[in-house]
Design a binder for this molecule. Structure first.
Ligand SMILES: Nc1ncnc2c1ncn2[C@@H]1O[C@H](COP(=O)(O)OP(=O)(O)OP(=O)(O)O)[C@@H](O)[C@H]1O
Length: 226
């Protein structure tokens, strides 16, 4: 299980301070991140696998500093973007899934078996030879997730995984997240998604204002929004 330590992290974009001193240790299996628009959630999420390096402070993943060991950190922590179109790079579904294995120098048969396994896991098998852009929004989100999971990260960070999806696809993705064996950290406005989580952290104007079990943290968030 992955432990992520966030120590005295500040994030500035020119003169604007998006995160104003964050200290957290993340070691639960399922962690939700909520907060109003612009409160710093996506910025925080991007720090967790070194997509963004803090202006000051440190992010350590199992002791590895994201500023110094980005590549090793990204092998442990995968990231699924809100818009799967940002993540799907190959024209054909199975090629896109296989992309994550590039550089691992696996024999072709083993690579094929791994691709098959993740396609099956997400019901994408029948679409393996289809053009990626013809998948539905929900299927694209699952394809993006498949492309991350094939690299076998210990932890997956999701940035608003259900926001662009209709109710049926949102439920499907939520079920997949619920059943994941990997550690998950989910940024979302979809509060019911977090009810069964271990911990929910509430951001407001670049600070953590609540960090608790889902019921208490979400109640605090709803109260703050009134
Ligand atoms: N690259 C950047 N350059 C300048 N400002 C940025 C950059 N990235 C984020 N910000 C600013 O930092 C603040 C926090 O943005 P962030 O995307 O983390 O918010 P959020 O909580 O994820 O919001 P939302 O719920 O709307 O997605 C915003 O005011 C945003 O404009």
């Amino acid at each position: 299980m992955t432990t992520i330590e966030i120590r005295a992290v500040h994030q500035r974009f020119e003169t604007f301070e998006a995160l104003k001193g964050i200290d957290l240790t993340l070691d639960e299996k399922r962690i939700g991140i909520v907060g109003s628009n612009g409160s710093g959630k996506s910025t925080f999420a991007r720090l967790l696998n070194g997509l963004l390096i803090p202006t000051s402070g440190q992010v350590l993943v199992d002791g590895l500093d994201t500023a110094k060991s980005g590549k090793a950190v990204r092998r442990k922590v995968g990231f699924v973007f809100q818009n799967p179109d940002n993540q799907i790079v190959f024209p054909i579904v199975e090629e896109d899934v296989a992309f994550g294995l590039k550089g691992l120098k696996l024999p072709a048969a083993q690579r094929g078996a791994l691709v098959e396994e993740v396609l099956d896991r997400y019901g994408l098998g029948p679409f393996r030879s289809h053009p990626s852009h013809t998948l539905s929004g929900g299927q694209k989100q699952l394809l993006a997730l498949a492309g991350v999971l094939i690299t076998r990260p210990d932890c997956v960070v999701f940035d608003e995984p259900t926001t662009l999806l209709d109710l049926r696809n949102a439920r499907r993705v939520a079920k997949v997240i619920d059943e994941m064996e990997e550690t998950v950290i989910v940024v979302t406005h979809d509060l019911p998604l977090l009810e069964s989580f271990d911990r929910v952290i509430v951001f407001d104007q670049g600070r953590v204002i609540a960090d608790d079990a889902p019921n208490s943290a979400l109640a605090r968030y709803v109260e703050r929004m009134q």
